[in-house]
Each structure stands twice: as C-alpha cells, then as structure tokens.
Design a protein around this ligand. Structure first.
Ligand code: SF4
Length: 89
C-alpha cells in the first residue's frame, strides 16, 4: 500500500516541524482540535488531532501533530492564560 499524497493546504500553510518554543506550535494554537478522533486499530487505541484550517476529515491525511506548526499559527486564549501563570509578575 502506497502512502497517501500530502494535502495541498499543508504546503500552502507551510505545515512543518515545530519550534522548541511550544507557544508557536499546534498544541498552543486556536485552530487546534486535540484528540478529535479516536480509532481502534489492530495495534490498539489511537487518537488523532485535527486543525480547523487544514480540515477535519477522517482520513489520516488531515492528521496534525502537537509539536508541528504552520504560518497561520495563532496562540489560543486558553494557552496564553496558562502561560501567564508562569510569568513573573
Ligand atoms: S493553524 Fe497551523 S499551527 Fe494552528 S493547528 Fe493548524 S496547522 Fe497547527
């Protein structure tokens, strides 16, 4: 079985390996949908994340990783409020 072709929108957004600064990655992004799908495959339970901009399709072509990023990354309010707790006042 061959690999699936990469989604064009991933290239358009320059979806790529993320930063050591987690605030710049999918994990902290307003468009990130954590554990959107749960699959039960032969090798056990797997969860996959999705991105609202890339698409919410069930195919693994839509899979996004927490530690990747793209040019449209936008830190979520939830992430920013968590981050502020660790800032010196
Ligand atoms: S917009 Fe970019 S950084 Fe944000 S979740 Fe989607 S791919 Fe990740």
């Amino acid at each position: 079985m061959g690999s699936l072709p990469r989604l064009k929108i991933k290239d358009e957004l320059r979806y790529r390996k993320g930063s050591t600064n987690e605030t710049e990655n999918c994990r902290a992004c307003a468009y990130f949908k954590k554990e959107f799908y749960e699959f039960h495959r032969e090798d056990g339970r797997q969860v996959e994340h999705r991105c609202e901009l890339i698409g919410m399709g069930e195919s693994r072509r839509y899979r996004v990783r927490e530690d990747y990023k793209c040019n449209r990354q936008k830190p979520s309010m939830e992430w920013l409020s968590q981050f502020k707790k660790f800032q010196p006042s």
